[in-house]
Design a protein around this ligand. Sequence first.
Ligand code: SAH
Length: 264
Amino acid sequence: MPESRVLICPDQTRTFPGHTLSGHFFVTCISRNQMKSLLIILTLVIFLPSDQEEVRNTRARSQMVKSQIVARGISDPATLRAMERVPRHLFVPVALAGSAYSDQPLPIGYNQTISQPFIVAYMTELSKPAKGKKALEIGTGSGYQAAVLAEIVDTVYTVEIVPELAREAASRLKILGYGNIVARYGDGYKGWPEHSPFDIILVTAAADHIPGPLKEQLAEGGRLVMPVGNPATVQELIVLTKRKGRITEQRLEPVRFVPLKRLK
Ligand code: SAH
């Protein structure tokens, strides 16, 4: 059976015989347009599986919003839209991507976790996010909660105490195009005074009290949401509201978060 070779020839398709010292072969001439079509088909063949993967993930995310979030009473349209948009499977370790839309927290390394989707949605709704607002998150972790907030508010500042997680989250958020998130490594107990006051402060790690600096950095009319209680067992979700300089406190559901650490 003689070999076959393909050449691009201007505006013609034909096959003709050729030969080398080692034997005969056929040369098939195809036009530029045919080559373009071939390349498009090749690209589709290479990328189709990942497109299907995206469709699967989008469906799983919609299902998650319906069955875990709407079904449990979250109704703020902006929060629901944000939960529909953020690709949670890109915020968990690759080996756990298949569980990204399940109803549970997942490990993200360094003894830390990405919160259960419902908790993220619940804290987001409680913070009353809206366009024009500025938010501070303490405990960047994977960056997922920051991304959910960033879908709604103008700017999110987020602080993480584990340097490796801070670095990973910052590069993940940059790759995903979240240009309105400013992430840094540090001890979030002290907040981020340079950018205060904040309309929203979300603390996604637990302590037995609300850090004083965070209360100070809350804007007039602002809301702070944080798990407060025994960091080793169970806490309550607390919402602080600042009005005319006075702070009022609302105690909500029991929750379980990893402890808020301090830099020595
Ligand atoms: N919001 C994260 C999950 C939070 S897990 C997400 O969406 O993935 C809690 C995170 O808080 C952990 O990453 C932990 O390292 C971080 N943390 C604990 N104490 C902190 C502190 N004092 N300042 C900043 N981050 C802290």
